[in-house]
Design a protein around this ligand. Structure first.
Ligand code: SF4
Length: 490
């Protein structure tokens, strides 16, 4: 099966939210149907990547791997899961941030050296992948994909080929990596979790009722299989789990200064996942409260852009003492079709995704809360939809500061050209989207809403302050290896 991804996923007319890179999942559970558990784990992580997905299972020294383009529910069925036998499984769901969306770039990646087979699944982006890839090519390693994830896998193979055993080879490979990487690796003998020293992307350890360990991008993937959260994988940690469920933790850098992606709290993570013991839902409500304190407005209703804007809208409404109501109903299944819309349906644009509740909106002063504005096209369409539905006033409130800078740590914003706030001030954006007023939460307000220190977070896409140095050639470089291959072949 080789399907195109759902039609709206890459269609900027319908959806201009930033895209999270990937979700990863791993389980070492002898006696359990590990592929089936991984399937459900990936199902819970589907929001982190909707272009391709895959599961690899180890049965002794044999590895079965199935990966394809499409959503988890479309790529896997009973027959496929039954063929993925074993004690240990690693799964991945992907949105492309390095390399284009094709089957070769789907994960997990399978590599081998002598009798060692290894599968790797990665969330994040290496900032020094080009240099590492150049080095590996000079050493005679070939590449099948155009992803930085294969660079990591081949780096381990390179260290193994230098005569190191697996733990040292993995340790020495990841010491050379710079950027954002939350990684799950499976071998015949170990499940391995690795997180970059800044802890940019989330990665957690869970345990099932039989005392078997699970690694997942977010806690929601533990909940769905009845497992409990144990702890986060620490920034800079490399954790080996063996067949007896013994944990062996080491750090591959001497000092750790975490910079967690604050956009995970604002938008990327699922609201029922947790961060530092509190639900993401809690943080989003606090962002809404803070926004209401900073930018109050008289109105009849507070509505949200569903679903990601809803917790902040509830927080805004509570703080403002205004009624919250649903005002835009999301067509939840539109993203699950592979049927292309006709031209006439395409022209309806945002209406394919959102349907207004006219009896709530008509003649009313409406506050619309959303989590972010990236290109501005969707906000403009939402405002028009509300005007066409008879709204008297439309006040947009955004629970993140203006997105002005690209992200090089695993999000699909690699150039300032894509960002309306990089070139326009708030008045200009208000005019562009057609709202009566537009206000963003302040940078200080965003931090205050977390009740944590500014230093805890990466806020680079709002502030331009990058915690991990960025090589200048990276801007606009999602497809850098495709270009690289063209250059080296010519
Ligand atoms: S630049 Fe923005 S999206 Fe990227 S890691 Fe930092 S806060 Fe997250």
């Amino acid at each position: 099966m080789n399907l195109s991804p759902p039609f709206f996923i890459n269609n900027k007319d319908f959806d201009d939210k930033p895209k999270e890179a990937c979700g990863v999942f791993g389980i070492f559970a002898p006696g359990e149907e590990v592929a089936r558990l991984t399937f459900f784990g990936l199902y819970a992580l589907q929001h982190r990547g909707q272009e391709s997905c895959g599961i690899a299972a180890f049965d002794g020294g044999n590895v079965s791997l199935h990966k394809d383009l499409g959503l988890v529910s479309q790529v896997f069925n009973e027959d496929i899961l039954l063929k993925l036998k074993g004690d240990l499984a690693v799964g991945h769901t992907r949105y492309s941030t390095t390399g284009s969306n094709n089957l070769k770039n789907a994960q997990p990646i399978l590599v081998s050296y002598k009798n060692i087979k290894l599968v790797l699944a990665h969330n994040g982006n290496l900032v020094n992948a080009t240099a590492l890839r150049d080095f590996l090519i000079k050493k005679g390693h070939g590449f099948e994909s155009t992803t930085d994830s294969e660079v990591m896998a081949k780096l381990i193979i390179h260290e193994l080929s230098n005569g190191k055993e697996l733990k040292l080879a993995t340790h020495d490979a990841f010491k050379q990596c710079q950027g954002a990487f939350s990684v799950v690796i499976g071998t015949n003998e170990h499940l391995i979790a690795i997180r970059d020293p800044d802890g940019v992307r989330p990665l957690c350890l869970g345990i099932n009722t039989k005392g078997q360990y699970i690694i997942a991008s977010e806690t929601c993937a533990l909940d769905i299989i009845g497992a409990s959260f144990v702890r986060d994988i620490a920034p800079g940690e490399i954790l080996f789990i063996n067949r007896l469920q013994k944990l062996d933790s080491n750090f591959f850098v001497p000092s750790i200064k975490p910079h967690h992606c604050i956009f995970e709290l604002i938008y990327f993570s699922r609201p029922d996942s947790t961060f530092k013991g509190l639900s993401i839902y809690h943080f989003r409500k606090e962002l809404g409260r803070q926004l209401a304190i900073e930018s109050p407005i008289e109105a009849d209703y507070v509505i949200s852009v569903p679903d990601s804007g809803t917790p902040a809208a509830i927080g805004f409404a509570e703080e403002s003492k205004l009624p919250f109501s649903e005002g835009l109903i999301k067509n939840r299944y539109i993203g699950r079709t592979f049927i292309q819309p006709s031209q006439m349906l395409r022209e309806l644009g945002i209406r394919l995704k959102l349907n207004p509740l006219r009896d709530i909106i008509a003649g009313r002063r409406i506050v619309v809360v959303d989590d972010s504005i990236v290109r501005g096209n969707t906000s403009r369409k939402i405002v028009k939809l509300l005007r066409d539905s008879g709204a008297k006033e439309i006040h947009m409130r955004i629970s993140s500061p203006p997105v002005q800078w690209p992200c090089f740590y695993g999000i699909d914003i690699d150039s300032r050209d894509q960002l309306i706030a990089a070139k326009n001030n708030t008045d200009e954006i208000t005019k562009f989207i057609g709202a009566d007023t537009l206000k963003y939460i302040s940078h200080a307000g965003m931090i205050r809403a977390t009740s944590l220190n500014r230093e805890t977070f990466c806020t680079a896409c709002f502030s331009g302050e990058y915690p991990i140095n960025i090589p200048s050639e990276l801007e606009g470089a999602k497809y850098r290896y495709e270009n690289y291959e063209k250059i080296t072949k010519n």
